[in-house]
Design a protein. Structure first.
Length: 258
Protein backbone atom coordinates (compact mmCIF):
# COMPACT_ATOMS: atom_id res chain seq x y z
CA UNK A 1 0.00 0.00 0.00
CA UNK A 2 1.58 3.28 -1.13
CA UNK A 3 1.82 5.23 2.11
CA UNK A 4 2.99 8.72 3.05
CA UNK A 5 3.81 9.98 6.54
CA UNK A 6 3.39 13.72 7.00
CA UNK A 7 4.38 16.10 9.79
CA UNK A 8 4.74 19.79 10.48
CA UNK A 9 6.50 22.15 12.88
CA UNK A 10 7.96 25.61 12.71
CA UNK A 11 11.25 25.60 10.83
CA UNK A 12 13.22 27.88 13.17
CA UNK A 13 13.67 27.76 16.92
CA UNK A 14 12.40 24.21 17.39
CA UNK A 15 13.30 22.67 20.78
CA UNK A 16 15.90 19.91 20.61
CA UNK A 17 13.33 17.42 21.92
CA UNK A 18 11.10 18.10 18.92
CA UNK A 19 14.02 17.46 16.60
CA UNK A 20 14.59 14.09 18.26
CA UNK A 21 10.91 13.17 17.92
CA UNK A 22 10.78 14.20 14.27
CA UNK A 23 13.93 12.20 13.52
CA UNK A 24 12.44 9.09 15.14
CA UNK A 25 9.37 9.30 12.91
CA UNK A 26 11.33 10.01 9.72
CA UNK A 27 13.63 7.06 10.42
CA UNK A 28 10.67 4.77 11.13
CA UNK A 29 8.96 5.86 7.91
CA UNK A 30 12.13 5.22 5.90
CA UNK A 31 12.56 1.75 7.44
CA UNK A 32 8.96 0.93 6.46
CA UNK A 33 9.50 2.16 2.91
CA UNK A 34 6.97 4.98 3.30
CA UNK A 35 7.22 8.37 1.64
CA UNK A 36 7.79 11.24 4.04
CA UNK A 37 6.62 14.84 3.79
CA UNK A 38 7.43 17.69 6.14
CA UNK A 39 6.25 21.28 6.03
CA UNK A 40 6.69 24.27 8.29
CA UNK A 41 4.14 27.00 8.88
CA UNK A 42 2.89 26.57 5.32
CA UNK A 43 0.66 23.93 6.91
CA UNK A 44 -1.60 26.76 8.06
CA UNK A 45 -2.11 28.01 4.50
CA UNK A 46 -4.87 25.37 4.33
CA UNK A 47 -6.86 27.13 7.06
CA UNK A 48 -9.54 29.58 5.85
CA UNK A 49 -9.13 33.15 7.03
CA UNK A 50 -12.47 33.11 8.86
CA UNK A 51 -11.46 29.96 10.78
CA UNK A 52 -8.09 31.45 11.71
CA UNK A 53 -9.83 34.55 13.00
CA UNK A 54 -12.46 32.56 14.88
CA UNK A 55 -9.84 30.53 16.78
CA UNK A 56 -7.80 33.69 17.46
CA UNK A 57 -4.73 32.26 15.75
CA UNK A 58 -4.54 29.27 18.12
CA UNK A 59 -2.26 26.81 16.34
CA UNK A 60 -3.80 23.68 17.85
CA UNK A 61 -7.28 23.93 16.29
CA UNK A 62 -5.69 25.28 13.11
CA UNK A 63 -3.42 22.25 12.93
CA UNK A 64 -6.34 19.91 13.67
CA UNK A 65 -8.05 21.14 10.51
CA UNK A 66 -4.97 21.66 8.34
CA UNK A 67 -3.67 18.10 8.83
CA UNK A 68 -6.95 16.79 7.47
CA UNK A 69 -6.82 19.02 4.41
CA UNK A 70 -3.25 17.90 3.72
CA UNK A 71 -4.32 14.26 4.06
CA UNK A 72 -7.02 14.88 1.45
CA UNK A 73 -4.48 16.52 -0.85
CA UNK A 74 -2.09 13.58 -0.51
CA UNK A 75 -4.81 11.04 -1.25
CA UNK A 76 -5.78 13.08 -4.31
CA UNK A 77 -2.10 13.02 -5.32
CA UNK A 78 -2.31 9.25 -5.55
CA UNK A 79 -1.21 7.87 -2.19
CA UNK A 80 -3.29 4.94 -0.97
CA UNK A 81 -2.82 5.83 2.69
CA UNK A 82 -1.75 8.89 4.68
CA UNK A 83 -0.39 8.89 8.23
CA UNK A 84 -0.24 12.17 10.12
CA UNK A 85 2.11 12.20 13.14
CA UNK A 86 2.35 15.11 15.58
CA UNK A 87 5.81 16.65 15.88
CA UNK A 88 6.06 15.66 19.56
CA UNK A 89 5.39 11.97 18.93
CA UNK A 90 8.39 9.74 19.64
CA UNK A 91 8.68 6.32 18.00
CA UNK A 92 10.76 4.41 20.54
CA UNK A 93 10.16 0.82 19.46
CA UNK A 94 10.36 1.14 15.67
CA UNK A 95 10.89 -2.56 14.96
CA UNK A 96 7.56 -3.46 16.54
CA UNK A 97 5.59 -0.33 15.71
CA UNK A 98 3.42 -1.21 12.74
CA UNK A 99 0.34 0.63 11.51
CA UNK A 100 -1.72 -2.12 9.93
CA UNK A 101 -4.75 0.01 9.03
CA UNK A 102 -5.66 -0.83 5.43
CA UNK A 103 -9.30 0.29 5.29
CA UNK A 104 -11.10 3.51 6.08
CA UNK A 105 -9.32 5.41 8.89
CA UNK A 106 -8.02 5.27 12.45
CA UNK A 107 -7.16 7.62 15.31
CA UNK A 108 -5.70 6.88 18.75
CA UNK A 109 -6.95 5.96 22.18
CA UNK A 110 -6.24 8.46 24.92
CA UNK A 111 -5.66 7.72 28.59
CA UNK A 112 -5.07 11.02 30.39
CA UNK A 113 -3.59 10.98 33.88
CA UNK A 114 -4.14 13.92 36.21
CA UNK A 115 -3.51 14.56 39.88
CA UNK A 116 -6.26 13.78 42.40
CA UNK A 117 -4.49 15.17 45.46
CA UNK A 118 -1.95 13.74 47.95
CA UNK A 119 0.01 11.92 45.24
CA UNK A 120 -3.09 10.16 43.98
CA UNK A 121 -3.84 9.99 40.28
CA UNK A 122 -6.94 9.50 38.21
CA UNK A 123 -7.41 8.46 34.58
CA UNK A 124 -9.90 9.57 31.95
CA UNK A 125 -10.34 7.96 28.54
CA UNK A 126 -11.01 9.38 25.11
CA UNK A 127 -9.59 9.62 21.61
CA UNK A 128 -6.83 11.78 20.18
CA UNK A 129 -5.46 12.63 16.75
CA UNK A 130 -1.72 12.82 17.40
CA UNK A 131 -1.49 9.99 14.88
CA UNK A 132 -4.31 9.60 12.38
CA UNK A 133 -4.61 7.41 9.31
CA UNK A 134 -6.79 7.87 6.24
CA UNK A 135 -7.08 5.33 3.43
CA UNK A 136 -8.13 6.26 -0.10
CA UNK A 137 -11.90 6.15 -0.49
CA UNK A 138 -12.54 6.41 3.26
CA UNK A 139 -15.92 7.58 4.46
CA UNK A 140 -14.75 9.88 7.28
CA UNK A 141 -12.20 12.47 6.13
CA UNK A 142 -14.56 14.83 4.27
CA UNK A 143 -17.05 14.64 7.12
CA UNK A 144 -14.36 15.37 9.70
CA UNK A 145 -13.17 18.44 7.77
CA UNK A 146 -16.76 19.65 7.53
CA UNK A 147 -17.40 18.95 11.22
CA UNK A 148 -14.29 20.89 12.31
CA UNK A 149 -15.44 23.95 10.40
CA UNK A 150 -19.03 23.67 11.65
CA UNK A 151 -17.94 23.35 15.28
CA UNK A 152 -15.76 26.45 15.01
CA UNK A 153 -18.32 28.45 13.03
CA UNK A 154 -21.10 27.74 15.50
CA UNK A 155 -19.22 27.83 18.80
CA UNK A 156 -20.45 30.45 21.23
CA UNK A 157 -17.55 32.01 23.02
CA UNK A 158 -13.88 31.16 22.72
CA UNK A 159 -12.78 28.05 20.83
CA UNK A 160 -10.65 25.89 23.11
CA UNK A 161 -7.36 24.33 22.08
CA UNK A 162 -8.84 20.81 21.84
CA UNK A 163 -12.27 21.74 20.51
CA UNK A 164 -11.92 19.99 17.14
CA UNK A 165 -9.27 17.46 18.16
CA UNK A 166 -9.79 15.23 21.20
CA UNK A 167 -13.05 16.94 22.25
CA UNK A 168 -14.77 16.42 18.89
CA UNK A 169 -13.37 12.91 18.54
CA UNK A 170 -14.68 12.11 22.01
CA UNK A 171 -18.18 13.09 20.92
CA UNK A 172 -17.78 10.93 17.83
CA UNK A 173 -16.43 7.95 19.80
CA UNK A 174 -19.69 5.96 19.63
CA UNK A 175 -19.47 6.19 15.83
CA UNK A 176 -15.73 5.62 15.47
CA UNK A 177 -15.82 2.69 17.89
CA UNK A 178 -12.71 0.54 17.71
CA UNK A 179 -11.00 2.31 14.82
CA UNK A 180 -7.89 3.05 16.86
CA UNK A 181 -4.17 2.42 16.49
CA UNK A 182 -3.64 0.34 19.64
CA UNK A 183 0.00 1.01 20.50
CA UNK A 184 0.21 4.81 20.32
CA UNK A 185 0.07 6.48 23.71
CA UNK A 186 -0.38 10.04 24.87
CA UNK A 187 1.56 10.90 28.00
CA UNK A 188 0.20 13.72 30.12
CA UNK A 189 2.96 15.83 31.73
CA UNK A 190 2.92 13.92 35.07
CA UNK A 191 3.50 10.69 33.11
CA UNK A 192 6.31 12.17 31.02
CA UNK A 193 7.92 13.55 34.17
CA UNK A 194 7.65 10.13 35.85
CA UNK A 195 9.29 8.47 32.83
CA UNK A 196 12.10 11.01 33.06
CA UNK A 197 12.61 9.98 36.71
CA UNK A 198 12.43 6.29 35.87
CA UNK A 199 9.07 5.61 37.52
CA UNK A 200 6.42 6.79 39.92
CA UNK A 201 2.71 6.63 40.80
CA UNK A 202 1.53 8.61 37.74
CA UNK A 203 3.34 6.19 35.43
CA UNK A 204 1.96 3.17 37.29
CA UNK A 205 -1.57 4.55 36.96
CA UNK A 206 -1.07 4.98 33.24
CA UNK A 207 0.19 1.42 32.83
CA UNK A 208 -2.81 -0.02 34.64
CA UNK A 209 -5.34 1.92 32.58
CA UNK A 210 -3.75 1.73 29.13
CA UNK A 211 -3.03 -2.01 29.53
CA UNK A 212 -1.49 -2.45 26.09
CA UNK A 213 2.11 -2.30 24.82
CA UNK A 214 3.09 1.21 23.73
CA UNK A 215 5.49 1.60 20.79
CA UNK A 216 5.15 5.34 20.13
CA UNK A 217 3.66 8.20 22.12
CA UNK A 218 2.85 11.87 22.11
CA UNK A 219 4.93 13.54 24.83
CA UNK A 220 2.71 16.64 25.11
CA UNK A 221 5.46 19.14 24.37
CA UNK A 222 2.76 21.82 24.13
CA UNK A 223 3.09 21.95 27.94
CA UNK A 224 6.75 22.95 27.66
CA UNK A 225 7.48 25.67 30.24
CA UNK A 226 3.83 26.50 30.89
CA UNK A 227 0.94 25.58 33.15
CA UNK A 228 0.73 24.57 36.79
CA UNK A 229 3.78 22.89 38.30
CA UNK A 230 2.54 19.29 38.01
CA UNK A 231 1.73 19.91 34.32
CA UNK A 232 4.85 21.89 33.44
CA UNK A 233 7.47 20.22 31.31
CA UNK A 234 11.03 21.43 30.77
CA UNK A 235 13.48 20.45 28.08
CA UNK A 236 15.28 18.46 30.76
CA UNK A 237 12.14 16.42 31.46
CA UNK A 238 11.59 15.75 27.77
CA UNK A 239 15.21 14.88 27.05
CA UNK A 240 15.42 12.46 29.98
CA UNK A 241 12.10 10.85 29.06
CA UNK A 242 13.23 10.45 25.45
CA UNK A 243 16.55 8.98 26.60
CA UNK A 244 14.79 6.38 28.77
CA UNK A 245 12.17 5.47 26.19
CA UNK A 246 14.76 5.00 23.45
CA UNK A 247 17.26 3.18 25.66
CA UNK A 248 14.64 0.70 26.90
CA UNK A 249 12.58 0.58 23.66
CA UNK A 250 9.60 1.38 25.81
CA UNK A 251 10.24 -1.08 28.64
CA UNK A 252 10.05 1.83 31.09
CA UNK A 253 6.40 2.28 30.13
CA UNK A 254 5.50 -1.31 29.28
CA UNK A 255 6.70 -3.11 32.39
CA UNK A 256 3.76 -4.26 34.55
CA UNK A 257 2.90 -1.81 37.32
CA UNK A 258 4.05 -2.85 40.81
Amino acid sequence: MRTVVHQSFRETGAPASIGRCLASVAQWAAAKGYAYRFCGDSLFDRVPAWYRERVAGNRLPMSDLARLVVARELLAEGFARTIWVDADVLVFDPDRFDISVSQEYAVCREVWIRGAGRDRWQASEGLHNAVCVFVAGNSFLDFYIHACQEVVANKRGAVTSHEVGPDLLGRLAPIIGTRVIPDVGLFSPPVTRAIARGGGPALNTYRRHFAHPVRAANLCASFLDRGAEENRLTERHLDRAIDRLLATRGQVINDPPP
